[in-house]
Write a protein that binds this ligand. Structure first.
Ligand code: NAI
Length: 506
């Protein structure tokens, strides 16, 4: 083993510092931990030893490796014990004054070539290094929790960081078994920036009364393949962590509407409904297990009326095929008969607008989300408009559930649930590329490894169609008159000519 950095110092031996210390020692470096709290570094050492012993019991490392890991990890009483290091990573409290002061103390102790890295998740690397004599030696090295399992790390160049420093950190990350992604020093870097749409758009949907939080979770898991719904995720992370991140990124981008947080989480945070850790969040928890309410049952309908499908429906051919498979009587006239259940399948527009524009009877008009291919989705989503008759809603629900597939019926919304959330993720991801915060490939890697999404934002946009993404956002902008839905130029140009969102110009 020949690690890029042979002597590594870690300042702050909390959740993150100890994880970084563990994988640094595993990579072959000699690691020294320092913490200002008496005994904290020592207890981190005990915890890391226990971790290695478990790995040994499971056969992941042998006894010789275990012994060598242990000899490479020690603690020091003070920062002076780090003077010999060629890399120091700080993982102390998230405060600019504390980190900047610490960095200047470290700079005065070490050799000129030592790299000083910060594990900050929300502060500017440029600001942390601003008062130093050698800001070119400072970079962000942003790991995720738990460090040994989350295999991605953001390497962040401040305005004055030397290219060679970032290159060395990226090589070292690979030796640690992690995948480095290179990010520009901007609020939230890549992962915390790209993750903005999932929760905030879901909160907005609930805030508008379109669907309750459990329905939103079910739709995004069953239609798009997310492992956790946005509300399950907020409950897991805790609103004490996720709400301040939403606020911080919004304000750091000077109130950019795309990142606008929600009053729902502000109030729940104030009320102590933090999530799983406090026993109650969006879901109630019993012994750590979320208590899920049952889904509305499928209504019993004696006779389903004939169905007429708008000629402007998205995926019209698939929709007609689906209706045939479900045994529906399909009307083929230019307009629906007076009895017909009228199906529309817009992208981005709400059902009310479509009924008005296409001169349909709103009482019999129901929307179905056809952005997602029905065959690859575990759920169908229908939307009513304020005038939809109950018999029509029940008929549409019963028809769509005939083959046993789950059905959710939501209230009218520009863009249903999946369209809104997916287009939001794709738009923010596109804007990250437009701003040159990272390469398209690094964006995809960072999001799939750091957030666990089924696909990166650009691949997600490609899967549902770049042109469809653009159409959804344009139409939602009309429905809501809200600048948060304005498409990023990256998406606008590629979507307009049907080009892959992963396409990077020379
Ligand atoms: P933590 O609270 O578990 O640990 C921080 C440790 O730093 C404590 O042991 C504390 O005694 C020590 N400390 C504080 N000020 C110090 C100083 N001036 N000198 C020496 N030691 C000092 O915090 P955690 O969660 O490990 O976070 C550390 C850093 O990592 C923060 O910047 C945080 O934003 C960042 N981060 C945290 C993530 C997380 O999920 N917890 C994820 C990614 C980054």
């Amino acid at each position: 083993m020949n690690p890029v950095f042979k002597q590594v110092g870690i300042v702050g031996a909390g959740a993150m510092g100890r994880g970084i210390a563990q994988i640094a020692a595993q990579a072959g470096s000699h690691v020294v931990m320092v913490d200002m709290q008496n005994g904290a570094a020592e207890s981190a050492q005990v915890a890391i030893h226990a971790q290695w012993e478990r790995m040994c019991e499971r056969g992941k490392v042998d006894a010789i490796q275990l012994a060598s890991f242990k000899t490479r990890l020690r603690c020091a009483e003070s920062l002076g014990g780090l003077a010999h290091c060629d890399l120091i990573v700080e993982a102390v409290v998230e405060r600019l004054d504390v980190k900047a002061h610490l960095m200047s103390e470290l700079e005065s102790l070490v050799q000129a070539g030592t790299v000083l890295a910060s594990n900050t998740s929300s502060l500017s690397v440029t600001a942390i290094a601003a008062g130093l004599k050698r800001p070119e030696q400072v970079a962000g090295f942003h790991f995720f929790n738990p460090v040994p399992l989350m295999k991605v790390v953001e390497v962040i160049a401040g305005l004055k960081t030397a290219t060679s420093v970032c290159a060395a950190l990226a090589d070292y990350a690979r030796q640690m078994g992690h995948t480095p992604v290179k990010a520009m020093d901007t609020p939230g870097f890549i992962v915390n920036h790209a993750g903005r749409a999932y929760g905030t758009e879901a909160l907005r949907i609930v805030n508008e009364g379109v669907a309750d939080f459990a329905t939103v979770d079910r739709i995004l898991k069953d239609q798009i393949g997310f492992k956790l719904g946005p509300f399950e995720l907020m409950d897991l992370t805790g609103l004490d962590v996720s709400h301040p991140v939403m606020e911080a990124i919004y304000h750091q981008y000077f109130e950019e509407p795309r990142y606008r947080p929600s009053a729902i989480t502000a109030q729940r945070l104030a009320g102590g409904l933090l999530g799983k850790k406090s026993g109650a969040g969006f879901y109630a928890y019993d012994a750590g297990v979320a208590q899920l309410s049952s889904e509305p049952s499928v209504p019993h309908v004696d006779e389903i009326p004939p169905v007429w499908v708008s000629p402007r429906a998205a995926r019209r051919v698939e929709l007609l095929g689906l209706l045939r498979d479900l045994g529906a009587k399909i009307e083929t006239g230019a307009s629906p008969s007076t009895l017909a259940l009228t199906l529309v399948a817009p992208l981005g527009f709400d059902i009310t607008t479509v009924a008005v524009v296409e001169r349909l009877d709103p009482a019999r008009t129901i929307g179905i989300d056809m952005m997602v291919d029905d065959a690859s989705s575990k759920r169908r989503v229908l939307a009513t408009n304020p005038a939809t008759r109950q018999d029509m809603r029940h008929a549409a629900h019963a028809l769509m559930a005939r083959d046993g597939k789950s059905v959710s019926v939501i209230k009218d919304s520009g863009g249903f649930v999946s369209q809104r959330v997916v287009a939001g993720i794709v738009n923010i991801g596109s804007d990250i590329c437009q701003q040159g915060i990272c390469t398209p490939a690094d964006l995809e890697t960072a999001v799939t490894l750091g957030l666990g999404y089924p696909l990166g934002p650009l691949a997600l946009g490609n899967a549902y169609g770049p042109t469809n993404m653009l159409e959804i956002l344009f139409n939602m902008q009309t429905v809501y008159g809200d600048p948060r839905y304005r498409p990023s130029p990256w998406l606008r140009r590629r979507g307009a000519i049907g080009l892959s969102l992963l396409h990077q110009e020379d």
